[in-house]
Design a protein around this ligand. Structure first.
Ligand SMILES: C[S@@+](CC[C@H](N)C(=O)[O-])C[C@H]1O[C@@H](n2cnc3c(N)ncnc32)[C@H](O)[C@@H]1O
Length: 446
């Protein structure tokens, strides 16, 4: 095969890969490798693609094979680091990013990624230094300013850190006006700084530019600048999480205190007994699928549903579910009467103010004796109410949760306080909620 032909095929493969036509790209990379089994770019990018399709071990082998042939290829080291990072191996990832930087000291992506994995390992001084080096080398790198802002906000110990974070988010958005996550982060941070009028103005300006964008609409309501909806609307959830899908696990890895999936799995473990692969379970708001490995041993059938196609794609790669659907969870539950033994929902009903309809739907979707388990953010008041907070999520009082569970027909509610995540350096108080459908109900068979 002429070199010209394999180069042309490789170019077609790369174009298909960039436009997410992964089947086509994989076929073309493999074709190149049939002609030329040691073609390093085909090995490298096929490795990245295998990881994207959930075959991470094969991906690692392929990128390593590429590096045997071209050991000083910084992008290949960086991409191998990304595979390790996304598989939760920060130590291996760090070594790869350091190699990428040895080969190319000005590799901004590798430097930003190195900072992230140092932060994941709680080596905060080194992480801060690496973010600082990135901004020194590439002062006009919007991602660098955004990452530094998140770092300062995640680990804020003084108001001054939040001020600096706000400045980073503002700069990031000035450098890249498509970087809407930076704008949202700016609004949330200004609010945390009690600069509420400025926060509202960020969202008003954003809405003026993009009147149909559900994110500033929701966030303006969250800051008290408009009436709060009973739950976050579907368009907001989709926009937020589709845009978040790629970095969701990374953000959570950095926030080591995000414990909702584990805490929920532990609470369920205490009532379900020994895992026996016997239950039909639904993960409602499954996101990238963090709950799947934790509850899979209990399940005969594990389904996941989520509004965000981007998050569901990640869950598919992570694996563990028998079925995955992109749908609104209340409607999905309503469409599956008496279908499940367990419905669990980690950090998802925080996007609901009014829980009545969703819990009634869950009650009808559960079989007699079935369990519902979910987490919420806690409002520590004696009142019976819920409210939308400036983070864009809702929080609920214990009395509200008890009343709504009872109205939906659940029994034995256990509502345990716990801190399920950390924000702006502070733990966010939450509820871990467990309740059961009575085991024999008139008109239903056990
Ligand atoms: C913070 S993530 C949590 C994901 C996962 N449960 C976890 O703990 O990693 C919240 C998820 O809820 C989903 N979500 C929010 N409202 C929803 C709704 N009404 N129907 C379905 N999914 C929803 C979002 O798309 C997002 O993936």
């Amino acid at each position: 095969m002429a070199a010209r032909d394999h180069r042309a095929t490789l170019q077609r493969a790369l174009r298909a890969h960039q436009s997410d036509r992964l089947d086509v790209a994989e076929r073309l990379y493999r074709q190149v490798l049939q002609w030329h089994s040691a073609q390093p770019d085909a090995l490298h990018y096929l490795g990245v693609l295998c990881h994207q399709r959930g075959r991470s071990d094969e991906g690692v082998e392929l990128v390593r094979a590429a590096l045997e042939i071209t050991p000083r290829h910084p992008d290949a080291h960086n991409n191998l680091g990304n595979i390790h990072k996304e598989c939760g191996r920060p130590v291996e990832a760090e070594a790869c990013y350091r190699r990428a930087l040895e080969c190319s000291p000005g590799h901004h992506n590798a430097l930003g990624n190195l900072a992230v994995v140092l932060e994941v390992q709680e080596r905060l001084d080194e992480a801060f230094e690496a973010y600082g080096a990135l901004l020194q080398q590439a002062g006009d790198d919007a991602r660098g300013h955004y990452l530094m802002g998140l770092f300062l906000r995640n680990h804020a110990q003084h108001m001054e850190h939040l001020e600096q974070a706000a400045a980073c988010f503002r700069r990031s958005f000035e450098l890249d006006e498509r970087g809407l996550r930076a704008l949202e982060a700016l609004g949330v941070t200004l609010y945390a700084l009690q600069r509420r009028d400025e926060a509202r103005q960020v969202y008003r300006d954003w809405l003026a530019r993009e009147p149909d964008n559900p994110v500033p609409r929701h966030m303006l309501a969250a800051c008290g600048g408009a009436e709060a909806p009973p739950r976050a609307d579907d368009a907001y959830v989709r926009e937020l999480f589709d845009g978040f899908a790629d970095s969701f696990d990374e953000q959570l890895l950095k926030n080591l205190d995000y414990r909702a999936p584990q805490v929920l799995a532990d609470a369920l473990g205490a009532v379900l007994g020994a895992p026996a692969s016997a239950l039909d379970m639904l993960d409602a708001g499954c996101g990238t699928g963090l709950c799947a490995p934790l509850v899979r041993p209990y399940a005969r059938h594990l389904a996941g549903v989520d509004l965000s196609g981007g998050m569901v794609d990640k869950a598919r790669v992570r694996g563990g579910y028998d079925t995955l659907d992109v749908a609104e969870l209340t409607a999905y539950l309503q469409g599956h009467p008496a279908a499940w033994d367990v419905v669990l929902s980690a950090d998802t009903l925080v996007y609901f103010g009014d829980l009545q309809e969703a819990l009634a739907a869950a009650r009808a979707a559960l079989r007699p004796g079935g369990w519902i388990a979910f987490t919420l953010e806690a409002m520590d008041e004696d009142a019976d109410r819920a409210e939308l907070t400036p983070s864009g999520r809702y929080r609920h009082t214990r009395r509200y949760v008890e009343r709504v569970l009872a109205a939906a027909g659940f029994e034995l509610p256990r509502i345990t306080p716990d801190a399920l995540r950390r924000e702006a350096g502070q733990p966010v108080p939450g509820w871990v909620v467990l309740a059961r459908v009575p085991s024999s109900v008139a008109g239903e068979t056990a």
